[in-house]
Design a protein. Sequence first.
Length: 75
Amino acid sequence: VAARMASSGGMPPLEAIRAATLNAAQLLGDPTNLGALEAGKYADVVAVDGDPLQDISALTRPRFVMKAGVVYRSE
């Protein structure tokens, strides 16, 4: 939602997604463990229907959600 709002305010989709992930981890002071999908880092994962870099509203159409290792939605 935050990425979509930022993008609707004129921010390019990639920058909006970075603001909600990598930049947020840096603001939290923990970029070593958060902010990117890399081995050894904590991650909540959302897979969406579409390409959010082309259409940021794709983030509102989740196909798969995993938070803290628990799958909440999978199609």
